[in-house]
Structure formats: structure tokens, C-alpha cells
Design a binder for this molecule. Structure first.
Ligand SMILES: [Zn+2]
Length: 210
């Protein structure tokens, strides 16, 4: 499996292009759509997955969905309406109002499994940063991988002071859904550097009380 990490405009959120052979999915096309399209142009993009719908994770979504018309856009059932509200997705605040031009999304719930390249992507609902924050986990590879969005970062956790955020819920989510994954799981967050569950269990100052 190949994972290409691409920090994108406007504030460097990590977009990921994940491929197995020619099958692929894209996580959080926050901006710089042209670069993402160029990098994925020879791939059969099956899904566009959103860890949540803050503007810096969805800004390139319309262009990406148009460039890969067969790809299914998938978002938490708790945040689908945020895609259509510049106020809720915060794009208005940053001066570039975003409204999703697509009509149909696949609505994700905790426990949803998406078929991909002979294996599956498990959907974990991890509210706290936002009500619909979602992590994507793939266990069927020698090193399991987790795309953690803005829920878990290397030595940090997501902010919970935005509307709909909850400091109690994010800790519960991390404790019950993420720290229970195999320690060798490689974590690819929505900002900054990769980490592992092993490292975060031992070094993350926000998880000391778990
Ligand atoms: Zn966010």
C-alpha cells in the first residue's frame, strides 16, 4: 500500500492519497486541488473520505469530486449538512465561503466498513474536535494504519473550542476507539507528523490521565 502525504493550502492540513495497485482513495482534499489531481491522475479513485468538514480539510473537494466523477464522497452522518454551510464549516470566517457542489454523499457511521482493494477501511466515529469527527483504520496490512484527522496528533490532540467541540468527548474517543488499536498502528494525522499508537500511549501529554 502506498500512502502519499500532501500538506495543502490554506494552512497545511494533510491530504493523503492512498493506493493499492491502481485502486485509490483520497482523504481530506483541503486545497491545492491541482496538485492532488496531478498526483492521482493515473489512479482509480474509489472514495473521497472526509475526517471532518472544517474548511481546511474540504476546500479542494469540489474540484476533486469533479476530476474523479466515479469516486464516492463519504462524510459522517453528523456533518453532512456542514458541507453545505459556510458558517458551520468555518469557510465563511476565513473569507472563502465553501459549499459542496455534489448532491450525494455516502453517510458514514461508527462501524461502517468500506470495501477497498480486497480489504476494508473501518470507520471509527470519534467525536470531540467536531461532532462528526471520523478516523479511518485499515488493519489488513502488516502495519495497520490509522488516519486520525484532527482527533489525534503527534504528542497532541485536536482543539475542542470550536462550535460543537467537546473536551470530554475527544478524550473518550481517543481512549475507547484509538488507544485500543494495536500499538504498532501507524497514525497519519490531519496536521503535522506521523506517529504510532505506541508512541502516543507513552508520550502524549494530553493522554496522561487516560
Ligand atoms: Zn478541524
Amino acid at each position: 500500500m502506498r500512502i502519499t502525504k500532501m500538506p495543502v493550502s490554506p494552512i497545511g492540513a494533510n491530504c493523503y492519497i492512498v493506493s493499492e495497485g491502481t485502486e485509490a482513495f483520497i482523504i481530506d482534499p483541503g486545497g491545492d486541488a491541482g496538485r492532488i489531481i496531478e498526483a492521482a491522475k493515473n489512479l482509480n479513485v474509489r472514495y473521497i473520505l472526509l475526517t471532518h468538514t472544517h474548511f481546511d480539510h474540504i476546500g479542494g473537494l469540489n474540484d476533486i469530486a469533479e476530476a474523479f466523477p466515479d469516486a464516492v464522497t463519504a462524510v459522517s452522518t453528523f456533518e453532512e449538512e456542514w458541507l453545505y454551510s459556510p458558517e458551520l464549516n468555518f469557510s465563511e470566517e476565513f473569507g472563502d465561503p465553501f459549499v459542496f457542489s455534489g448532491k450525494n454523499c455516502l453517510k458514514l457511521e461508527d462501524g461502517t466498513a468500506l470495501a477497498f482493494a480486497g480489504t476494508k477501511i473501518d470507520v471509527l466515529h470519534t467525536p470531540g474536535h467536531t461532532p462528526g469527527s471520523t478516523c479511518f483504520y485499515m488493519e489488513n496490512y502488516s502495519d495497520p494504519v490509522l488516519f486520525s484527522g484532527d482527533t489525534l496528533f503527534r504528542s497532541s490532540i485536536g482543539r475542542t473550542d470550536f462550535p460543537g467541540g467537546s473536551g470530554i468527548k475527544i478524550i473518550e474517543s481517543i481512549k475507547n476507539k484509538l488507544m485500543t488499536l494495536p500499538e504498532r498502528t501507524v497514525v497519519y494525522p490531519g496536521h503535522d507528523d506521523d506517529t504510532t499508537i505506541f508512541e502516543e500511549k507513552r508520550l502524549n501529554p494530553f493522554l496522561k490521565r487516560i
